[in-house]
Design a protein around this ligand. Structure first.
Ligand code: 0WK
Ligand code: BGC
Length: 935
């Protein structure tokens, strides 16, 4: 530009200086809609060079956004948090209002010059009516500069005066405290002041918990029972003041004397707090962004002048370019330069330009007139050009502030979008503060630039309804969450088992085992301790081809098992899975066994074994009274089976009859075994010290090698026999009643076999999902979940499958996926809901695992004592989908066994081939024994 040469600039941007925050470029400069006088004015070369340092290009703002993102990451990371300039302070806000908050709440909002005391009442009904009464109290300098104790006494006195005015009856009231200073918060109701700012200097407060100080001051009287339950930063109050019905509002932005922001972060990213589930409000304290030099290439000479002269040089660099407290000073420094030589600098003294003036001057309608008034008040006879220049300076300063603010806000939004793994983020941003409220162009620039700087986000700026309402909402949400937490704790406490309680279960099972083993007391025991006629585990000499059936778990399997020498690969298995439809499992017994025979025939056809009759081992996973290896009287059906005409029958006979009904078909059933026994044998083949079989799948049960002398039903003192405990029925005689919760009773009453398999119904996969569903319904009815609205699907029995527990509890599953599972059930799910549902799943599964562990501890302790050993080393062969697929179940079972049976070192060996292999090995042993007997 030729200096002194005045060329008209309106509408035509300067090529080299294209920048969204530069006068003359669309956003900031002279706009067509300006006043007629402004239309005729233009920027002198001198003005352009003075304003040049304030011109930030879109690229520069993208760079500022990038640096803000890095600074935020450093603030969130446990490793770099303490040195971070953007401190990312957890606010312990875990949720935003959901429209069910109700009650009366007090708010104390400490401002720069005023204290506002407010009583807010929420109706909590669908209209969510909010009524507020308030009173303002000026805060004298003697208080802002005086001892801390005096400040808190002043706050308490204002509170009492306010309540006295309202003739408030003596009730319990909860209070939210807005304390707009940098604090290290450790709980929603505990926060330590880091440093004063904005003119406050009360000694004796920094480093102390401001909630405790306020509570102490408040408790100095007994007229009112007031509990401070939340301390809130003004940005959080702003965020929470959004109307819940307007959709999610998870960001708060304040540009007032100072500037700050907050947002709802993913808790797992806020490394300085323990919580890893759900969301956590974070106050960025971004005012100190750039204090490490990150903004040096953006700071103008005027910013350096201002900083040098400030109370805290080198500090709050970002705030000093945006906050209302500083805009006036930046303008003054520029005008001092522009008017140098034309007026005594003494006139343009510090503080001579108020924020309000700056905001008004940069207003296109009234700006020039305000500029003339302000300059005249400073004793400057200003020409129209002077007023225009002053207006341009004020605009440039404000628009740059908006640009920088937009870069910061865009960083927050992009972080939220990325950390939630979303392709698009949709949220409202609540904005407040004198600068945002009074400067329409500031909001407009902010909105437009955020769109450009964070294009992956749909953002609506919402003018906050005053952070007081927001602080009231924080208090109301805190009160709702605390009340909910109490209700949840009461409900889930029923399912929390102490070490002693588990010890009691262990002892009760041991007692039932002893009763079950003794002939005299067998009938009174709920644990049948059924002899299996298996006296030894495989010794590796077994050989041959065997058929095996595996009925009673999730799948029905037919297997061909080739048992060879270990050198020749040991055991080879070919198997096929067949389904047992519910109508077959619960239809006539003959139909069930015909179905089984059909499957075998199909398998043999596929394997080209038609006409071959191989010895068959039948894993039949239901309680059977055996009198020999190949004979088993069904005592009762369990799990989802209820075929008629079977109970009291020898199931081997039922199978043989079905074979007879099918022409040209033969089977050689040599053994019937329980799946626990098959599992023990299958694992015993690889680990001879495997003397316990455990199933935790659809059902649950265990077997173990008992001393024959202890088996009252059988003769003989020497040797051991495998006992099928049928522990699923433990407690059917009422010995476990103390451990049944109302949810367990409901599940039992609604089951196929009420009053039976009570222990199984606390532990196994067939029932855990249903227990969870009933707890979710209870918590929904208590208003702790889904806003108190269950979906029709959630009211459908058995709709919450146990496999959901395993997926919901798997560590890697983001809460969003938990939400997806719940949305599948037609539920409207909040982030909190998914956290609570995960907690319910954890509690139910943990109880099941601990109870299972207590039972295993009873068994291994029995074996240790049987053998009079100080220490026992034993292996438990285990199978079942719940044990194998649930992310934490196995580990929790093992931990419980260690605690309750410390003198047993127990190895848990997961069965690879299932109990079908075990049944084939038992058939092989039976054949070997039969061969020897024939020899
Ligand atoms: C696989 C075994 C089978 C047993 C089942 C139990 O081969 O005998 O019944 O595990 O687990 P579920 O399938 O019930 O989860
Ligand atoms: C049956 C047992 C079986 C267990 C595991 C229970 O319901 O009564 O016989 O071992 O389920 O499948």
């Amino acid at each position: 530009m030729s200096s002194g040469q005045e060329t008209p600039l309106v509408g035509k941007p300067l090529p080299s200086q294209l920048s969204p925050t530069c006068p003359g470029h669309g956003l900031a400069g002279v706009s067509e809609s300006g006043s007629p006088q402004a239309q005729s004015r233009h920027l002198t070369a001198q003005m352009q060079s003075s304003l040049q340092p304030l011109c930030l290009s879109l690229e520069t703002l993208h760079r500022v956004k990038g640096r803000m993102l890095e600074a935020m990451e450093r603030g969130l990371s446990r490793r770099t948090h303490s040195q971070a300039t953007v401190r990312m302070l957890p606010a312990f806000i875990r949720s935003t209002p959901d429209g069910t908050e109700r009650g009366k709440f007090l708010v104390l909002e400490l401002g720069d010059t005023h204290l506002r005391v407010l009583l807010m009442e929420l109706s909590g009904d669908t209209d969510q009516r909010v009524t507020m009464e308030d009173q303002h109290f000026p805060v004298p300098d003697a208080i802002t500069q005086g001892p801390g104790e005096k400040l808190f006494a002043f706050l308490a006195t204002c509170l009492w005066e306010f309540l006295d005015e309202l003739h408030m009856p003596q009730t319990d009231l909860e209070l939210g405290f807005s304390f707009p200073f940098a604090c290290r918060q450790t709980r929603l109701d505990q926060s330590y002041l880091i440093s004063w700012s904005k003119g406050f200097r009360c000694p004796g407060v920094e480093g102390r918990d401001v909630v405790a100080l306020l509570q102490e001051a408040i408790d100095k009287q007994d007229r009112y029972r007031i509990k401070v339950i939340a301390v809130v930063n003004d940005t959080t109050g702003t965020m929470m003041s959004c109307d819940a019905s307007a959709g999610p509002c998870e960001v708060g932005l304040v540009v007032d004397a100072g500037t700050n922001s907050c947002f709802m972060a993913e808790a797992r990213h806020v490394e300085v707090v323990e919580e890893s589930e759900g969301r956590m409000g974070v106050v960025t304290e971004w005012g100190s962004f750039g204090d490490n030099g990150a903004l040096n290439d953006v700071l103008s000479p005027y910013d350096h002048q201002l900083d040098q002269a400030s109370l805290n040089p080198g500090k709050q660099r970002y705030e000093k370019m945006i906050g209302g407290l500083y805009l006036g000073e930046i303008v003054r420094h520029i005008l001092t330069e522009l008017f140098s030589g034309r007026t005594a600098p003494a006139r343009l003294t510090e503080g001579s330009f108020q924020t309000q003036d700056i905001l008004e001057i940069s207003d296109e309608q009234v700006g020039l007139a305000t500029a003339r008034r302000v300059l005249r008040a400073l004793g400057l006879e200003a020409s129209d050009q002077d007023c225009f220049n002053t207006q341009q300076v004020c605009s440039a300063v404000c628009i740059r502030a908006a640009g920088l603010c937009a870069a910061g806000l865009a960083a927050i939004l992009s972080h939220m979008c990325r950390s939630r793994e979303l392709s698009r983020l949709k949220t409202s941003v609540a904005v407040d503060g004198a600068v945002v409220r009074a400067h329409a162009k500031f909001r407009q620039t902010l909105q437009q630039l955020v769109k450009q700087l964070a294009p992956e986000c749909d953002v609506t700026l919402v003018q906050a309804e005053g952070s007081s309402k927001g602080i009231g909402m924080v208090t109301a949400v805190a009160s709702r969450l605390a009340a909910q937490r109490r209700r949840v704790d009461r409900t889930l406490a029923l399912l929390q088992l102490s070490h002693d309680a588990l010890g009691t279960v262990q002892a009760l099972l041991r007692q039932e085992m002893e009763l079950g083993l003794k002939k005299e007391t067998h009938a009174s025991s709920s644990v049948r301790m059924l002899p299996t006629y298996i006296c030894a585990t495989p010794d590796g000499s077994e050989r041959g081809d065997f058929l095996a059936l595996d009925l009673g778990g999730t799948n029905f399997r037919v297997l061909l098992v080739k048992v060879g020498s270990r050198e020749r690969g040991g055991v080879q298995i070919v198997s096929e899975i067949y389904s047992i439809p519910p109508h077959v499992a619960q239809g006539p017994g003959s139909q069930l066994f015909d179905h089984i025979v059909e499957c075998i025939a199909d398998f043999q056809t596929k394997q080209g074994m038609m006409g071959q009759t191989l010895p068959l081992g039948f894993t039949f996973s239901f309680p059977c009274q055996q009198t020999s290896l190949d004979q088993g009287i069904l005592l009762s059906w369990t799990k989802g089976f209820n075929a008629s005409g079977c109970v009291g029958q020898d199931v081997v006979k039922l199978l043989r009859e079905a074979v007879k009904r099918k022409n040209h078909f033969a089977l050689d059933v040599v053994a019937i075994v329980n799946d626990t026994v098959g599992t023990m044998m299958s694992c015993g083949y690889d680990d001879p010290s495997c003397e316990v079989g455990l199933i935790v799948g659809t059902g649950t049960n265990a077997c173990y090698m008992e001393e024959l002398r202890n088996v009252g039903a059988l003769a003989g003192e020497e040797g051991r026999m495998c006992i099928n405990m049928e522990w699923g029925a433990f407690g059917d005689n009422g010995c476990l009643d103390a451990f049944f919760t109302p949810f367990d009773r409901q599940v039992d009453e609604a089951s196929l076999n009420p009053g039976r398999q009570r222990f199984e119904k606390l532990i196994s996969g067939m029932y855990l999902g249903e227990i969870v569903r009933r707890i979710l319904l209870e918590l929904t009815a208590k208003g702790c979940l889904f806003r108190g609205r269950p979906s029709p699907k959630l009211q459908t029995p058995d709709i919450f499958q146990t496999k959901f527990l395993s997926s919901i509890e798997s560590d890697g599953l983001a809460l969003r996926q938990v939400c997806a599972i719940l949305e599948e059930l037609g539920l409207h799910v909040s982030c909190e809901d998914s956290v609570l549902v995960r907690e319910v799943c954890q509690v139910v599964a943990r109880r099941a695992a601990q109870l299972c562990g207590a039972a295993v501890a009873a068994v291994v302790e029995k074996i240790r004592e049987n053998r009079g050993l100080e220490q026992l080393a034993v292996t438990v062969g285990v199978d079942g989908t719940l044990y194998k697929l649930h992310p934490h179940f196995a580990q929790q079972v093992q931990a419980t066994v260690q605690q309750l049976a410390p003198r047993c070192s127990v190895t848990f060996l997961q069965s690879e081939d299932g109990s079908g292999k075990g049944a084939a090995l038992i058939a092989a042993v039976a054949c070997r024994v039969a061969r020897h007997q024939r020899a």
